[in-house]
Write a protein that binds this ligand. Structure first.
Ligand SMILES: Cc1ncc(COP(=O)(O)O)c(C=O)c1O
Length: 423
């Protein structure tokens, strides 16, 4: 009371407060600043830590979503103990026939075997040539070499990175015995042109559709067909990260030709048309029952998975459109895209490694599909020049894409890309 009266008498309270608090003002300011900063920091850390780690493909979250159905399917097989050639294998083959529209589906052990079965069933002979892209995964070239066939590498289209039909004919020789396009990243090659060339030269087409299962091609006459069902034989892989992936290895071969189907089944089963009769040299390539049971569940979701992947791709497209240094993948107007990969192209190859490093530093994985053209791999080396393919390998970058991408993950990826390009 006394002090108060004294104050009132001599100085107004605000002046008193300023005078007495003045020495503490810097400390007070620091406290407030620190509090705000800490809060912001905690907020951003919280955003970061609440966000699930970003993966190229998130199979754990997807399994969590399908757990009940998958676990039930697995239990059923375990209890039946029919691990090989159980009823789920034939059932899955039929369901995949219905899904793809292929007349025959023959399940096998993996996508590489599927390719081997295709060329064995076509009875290609050592030295025969197969036209195929060099900008691709190694499985096809590997199988051709194993069978003593020769891959004749062909350039890809500059926009879609798919086998360029305009380049095919110049590679055709008397030794050419097949054309093997790869529906890379999830969209279908120019099949109108490829089938026209194949028909003209009476060559079978083997479609590698490991990355494009479910994609649909619209022919110039309006007819629609699924990836893998347009050529003589289509092959696919059920590797876990594929759009239709199992929980181990798996693959399948498609054909609409009854004779080829018979041959494919026989080759996949030690060359046996019936037990202990070995008509031709074959291999042992089976999809096991557990994988078939898992695939039966996952096939039901394939269209939904495709839509989720397309939603991620659309979001990436929208952001990349506004950035000068990186371009969104160009879509083939005649094919739907199932976006097995979202592969963007850098304007400047010098950005490939630094961008990957920057993304990594922000918790974002990325991949190069593929860093080395097949004709430059030691195992399949050919002294040829393929400028477009060689250049693409230095400028492509694949971003995370899968069925479980959360909005905050996507936001983090796109913001980080924009930050790198200062866009
Ligand atoms: C285009 C292509 N072909 C073939 C394969 C081989 O499939 P798998 O790993 O099941 O043998 C793959 C797998 O990555 C692929 O991407």
């Amino acid at each position: 009371m006394h002090v108060f009266c004294g104050l009132k008498k001599h100085k107004p309270p605000t002046v008193w407060l300023i005078e007495h608090l003045f020495p503490f003002l810097p400390a007070l300011f620091l406290c407030v600043f620190y509090k705000v900063q800490t809060h912001l920091c905690v907020l951003s850390l919280r955003t970061f830590f609440n966000m699930l780690p970003i993966q190229m493909v998130d199979l754990q979250t997807q399994y969590g979503r399908l757990k009940n159905e998958i676990d039930t399917a697995i239990q059923k097989v375990l209890q039946s103990a029919a691990f090989i050639k159980g009823p789920e294998v034939a059932a899955f083959e039929t369901e995949l026939q219905d899904f793809t529209g292929a007349k025959h589906v023959i399940a096998c052990a993996n996508g590489t075997d599927a390719l081997q079965l295709a060329f064995m069933a076509l009875k290609l002979q050592p030295g025969d040539e197969v036209i195929t892209p060099s900008f691709s995964y190694a499985a096809l070239a590997e199988v051709l070499h194993l069978l003593h066939l020769k891959p004749v590498f062909c350039e890809v289209d500059a926009k879609t990175f798919l086998l360029d039909p305009e380049q095919i004919e110049k590679h055709i020789s008397p030794k050419t015995k097949a054309i093997a396009p790869v529906h890379l990243y999830g969209q279908i090659c120019d099949m109108d042109a490829i089938i026209a060339i194949a028909t003209k030269h009476q060559l079978p087409v083997v479609e590698d559709t490991a990355q494009a299962i479910g994609a649909v091609y619209t022919f110039k006459n309006g007819e629609k067909k699924q990836a893998g069902t347009m050529g003589a034989i289509g092959t696919t892989s059920f590797f876990p990260s594929k759009n239709l992936g199992c929980y181990g290895d798996g693959g399948a071969v498609f054909t609409n030709d009854d004779q080829l189907a018979k041959q494919l089944k026989m080759v996949a089963n030690h060359g046996q048309p019936q037990k202990y009769v070995h008509e031709v040299i074959g291999i042992n390539s089976r999809l096991d029952t557990l994988q078939a049971a898992i695939l039966q569940v996952k096939l039901k979701y394939l269209k939904e998975f495709e839509a989720s992947r397309n939603a991620v791709a659309d979001a990436y497209d929208a952001v990349l459109e506004g950035i000068d240094g990186i371009s969104a993948p160009i879509r083939n107007a005649d094919s739907t895209h199932v976006f097995h990969q979202y592969t963007a192209v850098l304007k400047d190859a010098a950005d490939q490694k630094p961008l990957m490093e920057y993304l990594k530093s922000q918790g974002i994985p990325s991949m190069i599909y593929y860093p080395t053209p097949l004709h430059k791999q030691q195992a399949y080396a050919q002294h040829i020049s393929m400028p477009l393919t060689e250049d693409l390998c230095t400028r492509v970058i694949s971003l995370p894409i899968h069925t479980e991408m959360a909005a905050d993950q996507l936001q983090h990826i796109t913001t980080t890309i924009k930050a790198y390009f200062k866009a």
